[in-house]
Design a protein around this ligand. Structure first.
Ligand SMILES: Cc1cc2nc3c(=O)[nH]c(=O)nc-3n(C[C@H](O)[C@H](O)[C@H](O)COP(=O)(O)OP(=O)(O)OC[C@H]3O[C@@H](n4cnc5c(N)ncnc54)[C@H](O)[C@@H]3O)c2cc1C
Length: 456
């Protein structure tokens, strides 16, 4: 098989690595595309789109392959796979990075930290830049520097016709607006240009763990602590068990626990002051907050969410951390059967909340906390185990009903009933505006293997 103008690698069912190439991060996703077009350059992605359109093929686009719903791979159609396009070029003079569409956050951190620079990315280094950024992009630096999309300066985009355009504040501004939160609906981004900021290379960062029994008190304390935290302090609460990482004493491994992971994007001494009250609260099981290379911190969670395990997520934005909401969280967070299942709450605010709502398509700016409930089981565990873990996630979300804000972070939506929640993720006004841009740039909905916005 050949694609006119394509100089990457075509992988079909008869190739030895077809089975590896069709796999994504979530091992529960098991789809069989007809063709995987592994691109080397922008022109390859454009050629692959034209080929797919000419042959009426279903299109999936793969960046880092991390989306829990497995939208990076489809049955029977073509996967336009950017995983071999991972270059990152830093311009330290104007503090920008040019990042290819298949790069992972670890690639970005590696290159930018060599210059003492960084930008807001995800909290696991093997997550893709593309999918994460296009949905908004939340992470430890967001309270200082905004979301990943707030740092996006321009994007090179392969359109649904197979053309190539640049989107920025001055070029195709409607497309640029939609790319900043609207997901993979509008084209294939082959290059992102991000603004960078001085960070580290040593930062005060790490998690503090407390026993699960302290969850209610820790969360009540955390609610006030987070509300008063300086913008430099990014925190994520993780509820589950103590992961069996080498840096944690073995006796604590798998113990039910709540952790507050912190990263202070400023001087270490200032960070010490900002976290003092937190680490003095009650008696932590273990306190791993320390002056740490930013790059090491950013990959600290990598082994707790391995490729190939099976995952099922539920998520929602929260109206706040009222005492009632905290009771629900404490009652459900430890109800999973698997010690690998967990939930995570991101604290927004700061620079995220200061960007005007209309400026980008990211809809959750006024939300202080969101939660993602991650059911995890191993590939060799039974269907019953899978059903039980997934039921836990659904039960937990259901119990949170009185405390759910109107929205949900689009990048945390799974397949199943979540496919109907895309409107909920954006809210009616933003969804309608996205639908108009979709009608202009992809009227046939060629890019629909995603959190789909229909042309309108
Ligand atoms: C372990 C883990 C940790 C995470 N942590 C965070 C976090 O800290 N912050 C956060 O915001 N999110 C986080 N997420 C969610 C993450 O944002 C989404 O899973 C996102 O879809 C991952 O992007 P990807 O490129 O790896 O995904 P993929 O599965 O490759 O792509 C997902 C979708 O994005 C679109 N897409 C991908 N590449 C392109 C491209 N080049 N051009 C156009 N469209 C494209 C396609 O529609 C595709 O279906 C995390 C996910 C995981 C699994």
């Amino acid at each position: 098989m050949e694609i006119d103008g394509f100089r990457g690698r075509l992988i079909t069912v008869d190739h030895a690595d077809y089975d590896t190439a069709r796999r994504v991060w979530n091992g529960a996703v098991d789809r069989h595309p007809r063709l995987i077009a592994r691109c080397r350059r922008t022109a390859d992605a454009a050629a692959a789109v034209r080929f797919a359109r000419d042959h009426d093929l279903e299109i999936a686009v793969r960046g880092g392959g991390h989306n829990v719903a497995g939208t990076a791979v489809c049955d029977d159609g073509i996967v336009i796979d950017l995983s071999a396009m991972r270059s990152v070029r830093v311009d330290p003079a104007d503090r920008t990075a040019l990042v290819q569409g298949g790069a992972l956050w670890g690639d970005v951190d590696h290159e930018t930290q060599a210059h003492g620079l960084a930008t807001t990315g995800g909290i696991v280094s093997h997550t893709g830049v593309a999918g994460l950024t296009l949905g908004g992009g939340i992470g430890f630096l967001m309270r200082s520097y905004g979301l990943a999309v707030d740092n996006l300066l321009s994007a090179e985009v392969v359109t649904a016709e197979g053309g190539i355009v640049r989107a920025s504040a001055d070029e195709h501004p409607d497309l640029f607006w939609a790319l900043r939160g609207g997901g993979g609906n509008f084209g294939i981004v082959t290059r992102f240009r991000f603004a960078l900021h001085p960070v580290g290379p040593t930062v005060l960062a790490g998690p503090v763990f407390w026993p699960a029994d302290d969850t209610t008190d820790v969360l009540r304390f955390y609610r006030d602590f987070a509300a008063e935290a300086p913008d430099e302090l990014g925190t994520v609460v993780r509820l589950g068990t103590v992961p069996p990482l080498p840096v944690i004493p073995e006796a604590l491994h798998w113990r039910p626990a709540i952790a507050v992971a912190c990263c202070y994007a400023g001087a270490v001494e200032d960070g010490e002051r900002a976290v003092r009250a937190l680490r003095r609260f009650r008696t932590p099981l273990v306190d791993l907050l320390a002056a740490t290379p930013y790059i090491a911190f950013q990959s600290g969670l990598d082994d707790t969410v391995l490729h190939g395990w099976h995952y099922y997520w539920k998520a929602t934005d929260l109206t706040g951390l009222s005492d009632d909401a905290i009771t629900v969280i404490a009652d459900h967070a430890y109800g999973a059967g698997s010690p690998r299942s967990y939930s995570a709450m991101f604290h927004q605010g700061g620079a995220v909340a200061r960007v005007p709502h209309e400026a980008t398509a990211y809809a959750g700016r006024d939300v202080a906390h969101n939660i993602v409930i991650d059911a995890v089981w191993l590939p060799d565990e039974s269907g019953e185990q899978a059903a039980a873990e997934s039921a836990w996630a659904r039960r937990f979300l259901h119990a949170l009903r009185p405390h759910r804000a109107a929205g949900v972070y689009v990048n945390f939506l799974d397949a199943d009933d979540d496919t109907g929640r895309v409107r909920e993720a954006y809210g009616e006004h933003t969804y309608r505006r996205l639908a108009e841009v979709k009608a202009k740039y992809d009227p046939d909905n060629a890019f629909h293997h995603n959190k789909n916005v229909r042309p309108g």
